[in-house]
Design a protein around this ligand. Structure first.
Ligand SMILES: O=C(O)c1ccccc1N[C@@H]1O[C@H](COP(=O)(O)O)[C@@H](O)[C@H]1O
Length: 220
């Protein structure tokens, strides 16, 4: 069966962008609860946006070394969020929250992804991002050949993805899902509905191309 690469669009702060992502076929919408990010959102604003999500489109809350109080406030506001830990959180810290979570790995030469992934067995997925200052959202592509064979799935590919390169990323890494932020922005922190549509179309085309080539499965 053809693998449909799931799509998360991260860093949304306006209703029109949420509507564009949903209409374009995104499976998940990310809210950044990290005050230092240009895409930071408050729990009440995230709750307002989450209320317009239709069923089966999942809200994801992104945190970077958040305190219990910050996590609690966000989860009180949007209780059905999947958590994306994108900082230096240990497995024990992630598990303490007792919610489903995905864990970001910051990819750079020498980084031991196999070992990292093995220490986060309780994560629903490992998200691969480029190592950048400020933890993420840097619009930087990492070297996809750093992803070793045999790493656990599901994997979420992110880091500098856009409509122009997401097909290559999918073909190289064959991830369960892709996650985009900077690549669908017209300027830092400002999403562009047209780019969101283009990105989602490019993902669908990539899946179709892989299927036509008989490579329609997740990472072998
Ligand atoms: O979006 C941010 O500002 C951000 C801040 C801190 C950590 C992660 C952040 N975003 C995540 O980073 C990756 C890659 O984003 P990009 O497409 O390269 O801009 C993605 O998973 C975002 O969710």
């Amino acid at each position: 069966m053809t693998h449909r690469t799931r799509i998360k669009v991260c860093g949304l702060r306006r209703e029109a962008d949420v509507a564009a992502a949903v209409e374009a076929g995104a499976d998940a919408i990310g809210f950044v609860f990290y005050a230092k990010s240009p895409r930071a959102i408050t729990p009440p604003d995230a709750a307002r946006l989450a209320r317009v999500l239709p069923p089966f489109v999942m809200p994801v809350g992104l945190f970077v070394n958040a305190s219990d109080a910050e996590l609690g406030a966000a989860l009180d506001a949007v209780p059905n969020m999947l958590i994306q830990f994108h900082g230096d959180e240990t497995a024990a810290q992630c598990e303490r929250v007792q919610r489903p979570y995905i864990r970001a790995a910051r990819m750079a030469p020498g980084f031991d992804l196999l070992n990292f992934a093995a220490s986060f067995t309780s994560a629903q997925a490992i998200l691969l991002d480029a190592h950048v200052d400020g933890y993420g959202g840097g619009g930087k592509v990492f070297d996809w050949s750093l992803v070793p064979q045999g790493v656990r799935s599901p994997l979420v590919l992110s880091g500098g993805l856009s409509a122009a390169n997401v097909a290559d990323g999918i073909a190289h890494v064959r991830p369960w899902a892709v996650d985009v932020s900077s690549g669908v922005e017209s300027s830092k922190g400002v999403k562009d509905p047209g780019l969101i549509h283009e990105f989602c179309r490019a993902v669908r085309q990539a899946d179709e191309r892989l299927a036509a080539a008989g490579l329609d499965r997740e990472r072998p």
